[in-house]
Design a binder for this molecule. Sequence first.
Ligand SMILES: Cc1ncc(COP(=O)(O)O)c(C=O)c1O
Length: 358
Amino acid sequence: MTGAAHARIELAAWRHNLAVARRAAGGARVMAAIKADGYGHGLVQAARAMSGADGFAVARMEEAVALRNEGFAHRIVLLEGVFSSEHVRAAQSRRLDLVVHDPAQLPLLSAADPARPLTVWLKIDSGMHRLGFTPDEVPGAADALAGMPAVARPLGLLTHLANADARDGEVTALQLAAFARGSDGLDGVRSIANSAGLLGFPETRADWVRPGIMLYGVSPFVGGRAAEEDLRPVMTFGSELIAIKPLRRGDAVGYGGTWQLERDSRIGVVAAGYGDGYPRHAPTGTPVLVNGRRVPLVGRVSMDMLSVDLGPEATDEVGDPVVLWGDGLAVEEVAESAGTIAYELLCCVTRRVPRVYI
Ligand SMILES: Cc1ncc(COP(=O)(O)O)c(C=O)c1O
């Protein structure tokens, strides 16, 4: 018994999910999104387990550098590009692909050393209105980049889908049309699809797909479940019972006493709380697995603990295993109960939780 939360990470599930992505991709190449520390699973471990991918996508320079330092020779794309001349030099010396999405990034590239040309992806804002040049701005940006000796040609062309997760075919079609308009007449590979695009809209596959969440065994669709897409959860966030309290009807549990027993029952205390990344706002009734049985979370989640109602006849004991999400309990369901998305739950598992790679 450890009396602490842990995250079991199944390498075989990663490989399986990558194979699902590759099948769905058809002939397109697969760039695995492993940003945010591999969606909370471990950056380097994610890259190792999915080394069969054609490339990796990260958000921060530090992540790209860490991958090169570990010896990965894959194409590595910095999704947000560079913001300083130091970053440009680091990208050149480590052969990183850069996304260019804003006019402020152009002078940095125009001043770069021409001896080591950079692979650049021009990001087109096809309607999400987060990063990228509008279709009308693309020709100017593409011309500017074409005149820079440190930028390799042709440019890659990339956009991001805003509503594919809601299976919104109308918005997705508008985005595809805007992307086609912006990229019209330009050579170079195209990349559009995230996980939801890849699984839900085959017309978004283009030359490179960029799946993220599906590789971790999570459905990318609102209200969806991994099993519907033949995906296997990679992370099982688990812990143990560290106390069992026989309580009486009317007793209040936890900070604020926000939940009271309606009948005598046995209340289990689980060693997992918001200090481990379990969402504090998960309400009473959020499912938890104890000895493989679904029981409800009750009362407020504390920093290191949460309570569950084991039921009056429960025979569970201190030290018995608890699953907070993962194997047997979909992280999607816990996220829905907590009013968030699985991405956030996975990314927010804190550093004190040991990742155990199996
Ligand atoms: C630009 C870009 N591409 C791909 C992805 C992967 O998306 P998903 O995890 O939904 O598959 C992300 C993630 O947010 C992203 O920002």
